[in-house]
Ligand binder design. Structure first.
Ligand code: FAD
Ligand code: SIN
Length: 533
């Protein structure tokens, strides 16, 4: 058994921000931060476009950023949360800068603010097309300066510890569920360790890997969301899966798909059909810079009409040196597959990119389970509603990392460690005989989600997905109860739970709104919310 005051699961912007703020507040707290892979491997590292914050008060103001966020969210954002995040955003970005993050400047003076889809002003701070990697670098460097933060790489969180592990019957409608830490699979020796904590924080990122084509790295398997659901905590808005309009078309099925940042369209690139004709005027007056749900659906519709497997992004008219300077990674990636983006069209397709729903949290990152907080992409905070505005996600991670730390600081002294949780019991399980059962089920899951629960949905498709998911679920649960644990099996289980949550939530929403579009209910509607049980 191991214990700490605070156990943070996840080493992206949300987890690291929480750890740094906590450590700054109180050097006596013991803080463990775990990552299932190398500490830098997370969605944060892959972020390209940047972080949105109102910076130039001569040109922009907080109300405009708030209005853009609410507009993208299709009437489902929580306005109070939107205000909090956008008003606190500039301070959190200033902190990132103070902690060593570099953002591009024009002539070494003012920040070079970029524009992305759905933003009415230029307000995206970025570091070339490597913003996430730069933020992750700076945060890891900063966190390493605190001796009371212990980083554990290659530890896989399996399940949250609650009264269930003390033999009590727990249901989703109970209000007094408590969290006491987590069972962790040590990936170096495949032993399960019990990690007790006064407070646990889920900062486990998104679940893009439920789809065949996603920009998310392979660690994005929705583990935190699945753990929360299994622990009978509240999860919501899972039908709102964001597809990025422009991932690089790659017939070899690269995982993850390489992203062609929206900032490229903000820089002037134009979407065209394979024949070279512009089409966005048919869908939205903001053309290639309309919010993502609109652009992704427009591309999907053009591809279905023409039968083409991709559309084109035209960058040929853009200024060469400036393009290479802003987008060196994108430029080099295109060259590596034989496309010079300044002379040829870039073939692009939509790919899963972001999970707007997740663990329900309040304005301080508190979940429905006591002593359990959550921050970042694994949450549903109310910021994104039915569709996230570009570059608001890094901002959300930084703001909620800070808020979670503030709330923990106020309450932790009154919490005792629970020391009567039993060790993991592996009796009755055997080593897996055929790993192919797991890898094949993951492929099946991705097929189900991609064909039946993608950009355009219908009752028949969702029903078909549900039936097939049920079979996968039954097979996998039986494997789980008879097999020694492997990260692959844990991830499969979590992916199926996320697939179920997305599909079930999509079935329950009998309207089209934001990222959820169904041919059976094509309009926005007055909607009676069912509860996910
Ligand atoms: P992550 O950064 O994903 O971190 C999750 C962490 O949890 C990882 O350390 C992982 O190892 C750990 N973890 C997960 N499960 C377990 C487990 N079971 N046990 C132990 N550890 C676990 N957003 C923007 O605002 N601007 C952008 O420009 C932008 N560009 C993007 C480009 C790409 C290609 C992608 C994929 C995303 C982009 N996003 C962007 C979205 C943004 O990067 C993410 O939403 C954000 O970084 C999520 O941060 P996070 O801290 O919540 O999670
Ligand atoms: C991008 O660079 O296009 C991604 C921005 C985001 O996901 O917010």
């Amino acid at each position: 058994m191991y214990n700490s005051d605070v156990l943070i699961i996840g080493s992206g912007i949300a987890g690291l921000s929480t750890a740094i703020h906590l450590a700054q507040q109180n050097s006596k707290l013991s803080i463990s931060l775990i990552s299932k892979s190398y500490k830098e491997e997370c969605n944060t590292k892959y972020a390209q476009g940047g972080i949105a914050a109102v910076w130039d008060l001569n040109e922009d103001d907080l109300n405009k950023h708030i209005a853009d966020t609410l507009d993208a969210g299709a009437d489902l954002c929580d306005e109070k949360i939107v205000r909090i995040v956008i008003e606190e955003g500039p301070s959190r970005v200033q902190e990132l800068i103070n902690w060593g993050t570099r953002f591009d400047k024009i002539n070494n003076l003012n920040y070079d603010l970029a524009k992305e889809g759905g933003h009415s002003e230029r307000r995206i701070l970025h570091y070339r097309d490597l913003t996430g990697a730069e933020i992750e670098r700076a945060l890891l460097e900063k966190v390493s300066s605190f001796p009371n933060v212990k980083i554990l790489e290659h530890y896989f969180a399996i399940d949250l510890l609650t009264q269930h592990h003390m033999g009590y019957n727990i249901t989703r409608i109970m209000k007094n569920i408590e969290c006491y830490g987590c069972y962790l699979l040590n990936l170096q020796n495949l032993q399960v360790e019990t990690h007790l904590a006064k407070i646990t924080v889920l900062a486990t990122g998104g679940s893009g890997q439920i789809y065949k084509a996603t920009t998310n790295p392979i660690v994005a398997t929705g583990d935190g969301i699945a753990m929360m659901y299994r622990a009978k905590g509240h999860v919501e808005n899972m039908e709102f899966v964001q597809f990025h309009p422009t991932s690089l078309y790659n017939p070899s099925g690269e995982n993850p798909c390489f992203l062609i940042s929206e900032a490229v369209r903000g820089f002037g690139a134009i979407l065209k059909t394979k024949k070279g004709e512009e089409f966005m005027h048919k869908y939205d007056a903001r053309l290639s810079l309309a919010p993502r749900d609109i652009v992704a659906r427009a591309i999907d519709s053009e591809m279905k009409l023409s039968g083409d497997e991709f559309v084109h992004l035209d960058c040929r008219h853009l200024e060469k040196n400036s393009f290479i300077d802003h987008f060196p990674t994108i430029y080099n990636k295109c060259l590596s597959i034989g496309i010079n983006p300044l002379e040829q069209y870039i073939p692009v397709v939509p790919a899963q990119h972001y999970m707007c729903g997740g663990i329900q949290i309040d304005e301080m990152g508190r979940t429905s389970i006591k002593n359990l907080f959550a921050a970042g992409e694994c949450t549903s905070s109310g910021l994104h509603g039915a569709n996230r505005l570009a570059s608001n996600s890094l901002l959300e991670g930084a703001v909620f990392g800070y808020r979670v730390a503030q709330d923990i600081g106020k309450t932790i002294d009154n919490i005792q460690l629970n020391t009567i949780i039993p060790e993991w019991d592996a009796h009755g399980t055997n080593d897996p005989k055929e790993m192919v059962l797991i890898t094949q089920s993951i492929k099946e899951l991705k097929d189900i989600m991609s064909y039946y629960v993608g950009i355009v949905r219908s009752n028949v498709r969702l029903k078909r997905a549900m039936d097939r998911l049920h079979l996968l679920y039954t097979e996998t649960e039986s494997l789980y109860h008879t097999t020694t644990l492997s990260p692959q099996l844990c991830e499969l289980r979590n992916l199926i739970t996320n697939g179920y949550l997305v599909t079930r939530s999509a079935e329950m929403r009998r309207e089209s709104r934001g990222l959820h579009f169904t041919t059976d209910f094509p309009a926005k509607n007055i909607f009676l919310q069912d509860t996910l049980l």
